[in-house]
Design a binder for this molecule. Structure first.
Ligand code: NAP
Length: 282
């Protein structure tokens, strides 16, 4: 069996098309949508990611500002910046880009992002609201997994889903989104005993550990759907996921890296921004 590739490109393009139309309506109505990305790092891959968000935003008619607080910014200064942006009526969406300066946790500073502008679901209150099924912006990557499953018509209700990774920005919010969709969810992490035995039971396996090649054919049930969230830089500089190529022999379907979850994530950040602008107008 060779896995069917579950591309995210067409889905991302259709989300961007919808966003572009909504951004134009907002601009015509006197509320040009505006996103601010706050950075505090010299990390090159983060800079590349931020510039790709800014380009996609501009193309869709969303103004995107990048506010660089520098790699030595203290937590207090970051919180103050995020608080000011949250109070600024001209700003509709705020992203606190990671990595952060040594010793600073995202949830600690992201508490200062107003939940109405928290377009990447970084404020712990957004995660709490998701957990109880109340409206909130989910982290775009977690939501991208659900959107990809829906787009490719993979049924979620009653399916067994294993999520490898329990971070507050991917694994945990995704587990809540899946539960809200009536999946049976197992969340795995670095202390999970016998990972292949757990993941091998899953109809849908989501790899979000950030470990190249962690998921091998042994982890995959024959005919399972595998969503690879991981983005890792290989020795030759290429971008690879968490799923080893041999796993494709057992999976029925597999997202490519790049070109799977990534483009949908970026498109959803833009969708959240226009949604935030629409909600803040009313
Ligand atoms: N495509 C996109 O748009 C997008 C967006 C965001 C993130 N990502 C990628 O997604 C991956 C995860 O990101 P993240 O921010 O969630 O990373 P993270 O904060 O480092 O969390 C990684 C999680 O994986 C678990 N883990 C690590 N090694 C493991 C192992 N050997 N076995 C089982 N579990 C293991 C960790 O367990 P512990 O909790 O026990 O440490 C942790 O829960 C990264 O590759 C990141 O680049 C992609």
């Amino acid at each position: 069996m060779t896995a069917k590739p579950l591309s995210g490109k067409e889905l991302a393009a259709s989300i961007r098309e919808d966003v572009t139309a909504r951004a134009a309506r907002l601009t015509d109505a006197g509320t040009p949508p505006r996103l601010t990305v706050v950075t505090a790092t010299k990390d090159e891959s983060s800079a590349w990611y931020v510039s790709s968000i800014a380009k996609a935003a501009t193309k869709a008619g969303i103004t995107c500002d990048v506010l660089d607080c520098g790699p030595d910014a203290p937590a207090d200064a970051l919180r103050e910046t995020l608080r000011k942006l949250s109070a600024d009526p001209a700003v509709h969406g705020i992203i606190m880009q990671t990595p952060l300066p040594e010793g600073i946790r995202l949830d600690d500073v992201a508490e200062a992002i107003g939940t109405d502008k928290d377009v990447d679901g970084a404020n712990p209150s957004s995660l709490g609201r998701l957990a109880v099924g109340r409206p909130a912006f989910a982290p775009a990557t977690a939501e991208a997994v659900i959107e990809l499953l829906d787009h490719h018509q993979i049924p979620v209700p009653a399916s067994d889903v294993a999520v490898v990774g329990r971070s507050a920005v991917v694994g945990k919010p995704l587990a809540h989104l899946l539960l809200n969709r009536h999946a049976t969810v197992t969340v795995c992490h670095s202390r999970t005993r016998d990972l292949p035995a757990v993941t091998e039971r899953a109809d849908i396996l989501v790899a979000a550990a950030g470990r190249a090649g962690l998921i091998t054919a042994d982890h995959v049930r024959k005919g399972a759907v595998v969503i690879d969230v991981g983005t890792n830089v290989a020795e030759d500089g290429s971008l690879v996921g968490d799923v080893a190529p041999q796993a494709a022999e057992k999976a029925a379907a597999l997202t490519p890296v790049p070109g799977g979850v990534g483009p949908v994530t970026t498109a959803l950040l833009l969708r959240h921004t226009v949604q935030a602008a629409e909600q803040q107008r009313t």
